[in-house]
Design a protein around this ligand. Sequence first.
Ligand code: PLP
Length: 228
Amino acid sequence: MIAQNLAHIQEQITQCECHSETQSAVKLLAVSKTKPIEDILTAYEAGQMAFGENYVQEGVEKIQFCQQQQIELEWHFIGPLQSNKTRLVAEYFDWMQTLERAKIADRLNEQRPPHKAPLNVLIQVNISNEASKSGVQPDDILPLAKHVENLPHLRLRGLMAIPEPTDDVVQQEQTFRQMHTLFEGLQQALPHAQIDTLSMGMTDDMQSAIKCGSTMVRVGTAIFGKRV
Ligand SMILES: *Cc1c(COP(=O)(O)O)cnc(C)c1O
């Protein structure tokens, strides 16, 4: 099932890319939170290389297992991160997608092992302006981005968002277009940074996200099935 699901999603992505307003190439991140390592290995055997995890401990256990098997995957941390858990993210993950505070950036920078490549970082934007949701307000993107740009062990790559879920495609696209505008603004403000990643779109709104310029969709349910 997992292999067929992956093939189906890749096909959908290719179709959506053709209708994309921005013609961006889209990367598929397989969100494996709560799913067993067997599912990850099945996806890997089907050619999937990038995986997203929301919980530090669970993610680290899976990464350690793969390292022991000498299976080199790309690991993205996509959950909320408390400051007392930054060390494990800095030591084990390749990407951190949910940055929202300078203090967390400083800790990740200090704790990134110097022999590793810089940790790739996305700033999470609270685009639906929900009081309960994480992420920075649009006006706070640039100050945080400039802060990260000066940290040698981090590499700022772009923005990430989790919009409020809605079945209304018009609403979805409006929000994703706002994100794309912010993304272009960041590219223009920091012309020397490698700002190439706009992470948006999940199982239920992937198509709208790609149409509006997503470069990375984060898909769990459509690959691995429902989480319990
Ligand atoms: C769980 C999760 C996803 C995947 O959601 P699906 O609806 O299962 O595709 C994507 N991004 C984040 C940040 C998540 O926490």
